[in-house]
Design a protein around this ligand. Sequence first.
Ligand code: NAD
Length: 360
Amino acid sequence: MSDFKVFEYMAKHKYEQVVHFYDEATGLRGITVIHDTTLGPALGGTRVWNYESEEAALIDCLRLSRGMTYKAAAAGLNLGGGKTVVIGNHPEPAQAEAFFRALGRYIQGMGGRYITAEDVNTSTSDMSFVHMETDYVVGLEGKSGNPSPFTAKGAFYGIKAALKYKFNDSEISKYSYAVQGVGATGTFLIEYLLEEGAKKIYACDINEKHIAALKKKHPEVIFVKPEEIYSVAVDVFAPCALGGILNSQTIPQLKATIVAGIANNVLLDEDVHGPMLREKGILYAPDFVINAGGLINVYNELIGYKKENVEVDLKRIYDRLLDIFKIADTENISTQEAAKVFAKKRIEQIKNIHSNYIKK
Ligand code: NAD
């Protein structure tokens, strides 16, 4: 028997709502968690995963939804944090419509408190089925489109901010880079760096096809073995693959003085590895701030999509990171912690402006 106490956990981290749903006809079993809606409706993707237990699914959903609250708050968006996890495998194509329409009906039932989108193992086609039952879904085909180039563009501005803070000069061409992972986002990031004149870019991947595709387009990129990427002598290390890659084994190997990339949950244990980076004098651009470009893009779908507005919002990542780096130095805390202070401050401020009575 597990001793996980959901209400204690909810009280500790100030969650608003946990919804379990089960659809007998399709076998859909899932959980939606709404963490905090001070700033607006909770937004977060739907992840389909074959969890080892129901408790593992619940804990993942709780953790991910809280991350979305901070991500949206730090990005200056009027969104709260939420997430859906669906337990099991993605349905076969013939079952997908009923499965995702069933999901759409549960989301509709939440009355707009939660808005979903794609995440791991869900596609725009799945979301088009969700959309048949609810308008509370974004990231649809023909709307804001593939988030990867926007995420990468935001990270590009984030790298410039880190260069400015560390070296007082954000000229991309003057520095060298190591990019871990050349998938959907890593490839765009490399292209933005090359366009700005970056001369030395190292990269790695575990997928030979992705390596070959990048080499064909940009033969100037130098590939190293995946385990060598940490110790390449560069200015900026950009993780664009997996989470948890900065830990007590990899941090001592780093030669870069800046870590600024796209992957989520880069620090294996943020309470340990955030301060460890700080002690080593490595400037870490907090993941949920630097990789918010995709969320910023999809948010614009809700307020009337205009690409030029998205570009303005993406550029704001630059100033936001400078503010966060300053908080970290002033308060002598890790940049990851400073990013949370920054996000929580905005939530508190907006909560307070809601305290006066206005007649409906
Ligand atoms: P992707 O799957 O397209 O690319 C990831 C790449 O990393 C793949 O080419 C994969 O082969 C490679 N890889 C996996 N393990 C590796 C290893 N050990 N060493 C080297 N390479 C490895 O994914 P993506 O969309 O580019 O996302 C990358 C990361 O960024 C993920 O952590 C994701 O959660 C995060 N992220 C993505 C977006 C987005 O808009 N796509 C937004 C925010 C955060």
